[in-house]
Structure formats: structure tokens, C-alpha cells
Design a protein around this ligand. Structure first.
Ligand SMILES: Cc1cc2nc3c(=O)[nH]c(=O)nc-3n(C[C@H](O)[C@H](O)[C@H](O)COP(=O)(O)O)c2cc1C
Length: 217
């Protein structure tokens, strides 16, 4: 598939075929899309809970009650469900872990290069902590980059997906014990293969005109 087909083939899948499962090989590629998504200063302020068992999906589906009950069948019938979590704090130990990992992965020529990165990126962390006072919002924005990366990549693998914000984060955080781990749920993605009941697959895509959303200078 070329990029245009990948973009147009992707749509928010409204009904999944419960009998069709994502292969282990494709699931590993989906995990790579999540882990290798870009984030500001490589902060990776995220964690991904992935359910492929019936029990795991049922636990996640508990967070779709009341007004969000329309999302329950998507979660139960999808092959895999990803809960995108953000950290509750961007603490110094997380920042140190990122820099140490980069060192272990061979990204620094020497201690001076590592110290320079600590200083430069420390500036941005304090900028969000003290100037903008938006650390939580900043981290959540990074999480959405991982969501976008996953959606487009899944389409390239001919895997259908539905992003889901219609759920109760309080219920999901409690069910998965996220807050005790310093995490909170942000958004969900259901992944698998569309069923015949997926009405959205048959509808024309609709977007605002290019001239309204794009300014070319
Ligand atoms: C962050 C996000 C949250 C969404 N939440 C839901 C949801 O809870 N349930 C649902 O059926 N669709 C949900 N959608 C799907 C959007 O309605 C859909 O992407 C949009 O209408 C554009 O249609 P398309 O993705 O089919 O091109 C969500 C999409 C995004 C990006």
C-alpha cells in the first residue's frame, strides 16, 4: 500500500470481528510503533497496558459504562486493546532513567556529552514545571503522539483500529491499579479486523477543505 491508501484505508472501526486475531508477529510490530514513537526531549512519559486475553479486555471494558457503553463491544470484540497511560509526575528519577538508557544505547561520545544533554533537557523540564506549569498536559501530548503513530502504523499493516476517549478514567485507573504505579489512563485503542457491522467502513470520509485547515506560505 502507498501512503495515500494507508491514510484513506484507516478509519475509526466501529465493529470488530471477534473471530479474527492479530498475529504475534504483527502484535510485536504494534509494540514497536508504541515504543519508538517520538516524544519531546525523548521523555517517553508513558506506559502501555496491552490486553489480548478475553479476561484482560473484560477488565478494560469495565470502564465503558453508562454514556460510554457504546464502546464496550469494540473493546470486547477487538483482538488487542491498548490503554495509553501517562505518568502522574515527571520526576527526576524518570529523567535520569531516560538519559542512562541513552548512554547504555551508545548515544553519548563521553561524559561531557551526557552532561550537556542533562543540562539542555533539564531546561525544558523546568520550563514546563515552573514557567508554563503544564507538566501533566505536556506529558499527555506526548502520549497522543504514540496514539497517532500506532493508528497510522496499524493501517499500514492492514490492521483496523478505533481510538477511544469515551471511557471512565477513574474506573480504569482503579481496575488496573494505575495510580498506585504513578500512572493514569488517557486514551484507549482497540485493534483488530472490521466486521460486516462496521458501518463506518462504508461511509465516505469527511474532512474540512484543505484551504480551511492548511495555510501554505
Ligand atoms: C482521541 C480520539 C478519541 C476518539 N474516541 C472515540 C470513541 O470513544 N468512540 C468512537 O467510536 N470513536 C472515537 N474516535 C473516532 C473519531 O470519531 C474519528 O476518528 C473521527 O470521526 C474521524 O473519522 P475517521 O477516524 O473514521 O477518519 C476518537 C478519535 C480520536 C482521535
Amino acid at each position: 500500500m502507498n501512503l495515500a491508501s494507508i491514510v484513506h484505508h484507516r478509519h475509526a472501526t466501529k465493529a470488530f470481528d471477534p473471530s479474527r486475531k492479530i498475529s504475534a508477529e504483527a502484535a510485536a510490530q504494534l509494540e514497536d510503533l508504541l515504543r519508538f514513537a517520538p516524544s519531546s526531549i525523548n521523555s517517553q512519559p508513558w506506559h502501555f497496558v496491552i490486553a489480548s486475553s478475553e479476561e484482560g479486555k473484560a477488565r478494560i471494558a469495565k470502564a465503558t459504562q453508562g454514556v460510554s457503553a457504546y464502546n464496550t463491544p469494540k473493546i470486547l470484540n477487538a483482538s488487542h486493546v491498548v490503554v495509553f497511560c501517562a505518568r502522574q509526575n515527571f520526576d527526576d528519577s524518570h529523567f535520569a532513567a531516560v538519559i542512562d538508557q541513552e548512554e547504555a544505547d551508545g548515544r553519548f561520545a563521553g561524559p561531557d556529552a551526557k552532561a550537556a544533554q542533562l543540562k539542555g533537557r533539564g531546561y525544558y523540564i523546568n520550563f514546563h514545571r515552573f514557567d508554563r506549569k503544564d507538566t501533566q498536559h505536556w506529558m499527555e501530548k506526548q502520549v497522543y503522539i504514540a496514539l497517532g503513530t500506532l493508528l497510522l502504523g496499524a493501517s499500514a499493516l492492514e490492521i483496523d483500529a478505533c481510538p477511544i476517549e469515551g471511557f471512565e478514567p477513574g474506573i480504569l485507573d482503579e481496575e488496573l491499579g494505575l495510580r498506585a504505579k504513578g500512572l493514569t489512563s488517557i486514551v484507549i485503542a482497540a485493534l483488530g479486523y472490521r466486521s460486516a457491522e462496521d458501518f463506518n467502513a462504508k461511509l465516505a470520509k469527511s474532512r474540512l477543505p484543505a484551504e480551511q485547515v492548511i495555510t501554505r506560505l
